[in-house]
Design a binder for this molecule. Structure first.
Ligand code: NAD
Ligand code: LMR
Length: 326
């Protein structure tokens, strides 16, 4: 079996960490060959050529072809999976939503091209920021593709939340299960520990410090992207690529039994999220490209208020880009 994978912005920071791991089989497993279809802006094609040369030099057994192009339809032709990364990152002093007017328009043309030439069973993962609303834009420009094929990445926030809880509890992050990121991939997101377990025990019991949860854990996860920019002078890239792989791998290889992850998916009104918004919720994946939203989880009053704030921000972003929604 061969899967065609489009990666936009493949010569960028995230792209450079992402493409070798896709080529190594991390998304579809060791028995599925891949063809990488890399999209870049014209001025970055020379750098992309260098990335392709390096991919050749890796001699990946599963890599069956590399397309390098600045043409949308060539990049998305027949793709099974499209990872939409290419767009501007924020710099110090900006919030992710400040990118909306620059990056939003990229996703109208990409949505249209995906609808025209991608595989009918395509899955799209949006990483470029602000990713929830960019995904909303692309999805609304490709209305013949079912809405449940479109997801945006909050896996990085999910992984960050696991790492923070693990450090506080003095355990490995693999001992932390079922944390949740609710809302937007922004500093209004609500990283929720209420249903989380650490070493099989309820996280609130293991941490035993609600003030730390509220006053340290939440803002640390919410502002981790900014902290990385302040430390590195550039936005997160290795961890973003790794999280994009986790997100795509869960779609194609499933979430572990009894565990969920977080993804921004289109709302059908569940949890009171306005219909049509791309909002992060807990999901389980069977491994066939589909997901199920985990339903029936309860919130504290504190959590409800936090989540509502993030939903309000998503609604506001949707209003800002109304003109791009096709
Ligand atoms: P980068 O500037 O290093 O690379 C972006 C690449 O995209 C560049 O090579 C650029 O030429 C290309 N590009 C720009 N517009 C394009 C277009 N219309 N079509 C194709 N390619 C295009 O940036 P990066 O660090 O790789 O980050 C990429 C995006 O991912 C940013 O928007 C960043 O904020 C976002 N991001 C999201 C998350 C998340 O958790 N969702 C995490 C990290 C970064
Ligand atoms: C992140 O969360 O690291 C990315 O979204 C980059 C950013 O702008 O914070």
């Amino acid at each position: 079996m061969v899967k065609r994978v489009a990666v936009t912005g493949a010569a960028g920071q995230i792209g450079y960490s992402l493409v070798p791991r896709i080529a190594a089989g991390e998304v579809f497993g060791p028995n599925v060959e891949v063809i990488l279809q890399c999209l870049e802006l014209g001025p970055a094609l020379q750098a992309l050529k260098g990335v392709a040369m390096e991919l050749d030099d890796c001699a990946f057994p599963l890599l069956k072809g590399i397309v390098c192009t600045d043409k949308l339809e060539e990049a998305f032709e027949g793709v099974d999976l499209a990872l939409l990364v290419g767009s501007k990152p924020r710099t110090a002093g900006m919030e992710r939503k400040d990118l909306l007017l620059d990056n939003g328009p990229i996703f109208t043309g990409q949505g249209k091209a995906i609808e025209k030439v991608a595989s009918k069973d395509v899955r799209v993962v949006v990483v470029g920021n602000p990713c929830n609303t960019n995904c909303l834009i692309a999805m609304n420009n490709a209305k013949s593709i079912p809405a449940d094929r479109w997801t945006a990445m909050t896996q990085l926030d999910h992984n960050r939340a696991m790492a923070q809880l693990a450090a506080k509890a003095g355990v490995h992050s693999t001992d932390v299960k079922n944390v949740i990121i609710w809302g937007n991939h922004s500093n209004t997101q609500f990283p929720d520990w209420r249903h989380c377990t650490i070493g099989g025990k309820p996280a609130p019991e293991v941490i035993g410090d609600e003030a730390w949860m509220k006053d340290t854990f939440i803002p640390t996860v919410q502002e981790r992207g900014k902290a990385i920019i302040d430390a590195r002078g550039k936005s997160s890239a290795m961890s973003a690529a790794s999280s994009a792989l986790d997100h795509a791998r869960y779609l194609y290889q499933g979430t572990p039994k009894g565990e969920w992850t977080s993804m921004a998916v289109v709302s059908d009104g569940t949890y009171g999220i306005p219909e049509g918004l791309l909002c992060s919720v807990p999901v389980t994946c069977k491994g066939d490209g589909t997901y199920d939203v985990v339903k029936g989880l309860d919130f504290s009053d504190f959590g409800k208020e936090k989540f509502q704030k993030s939903i309000a921000e998503l609604q506001n972003e949707r209003e800002t880009v109304q003109g791009l929604l096709g």
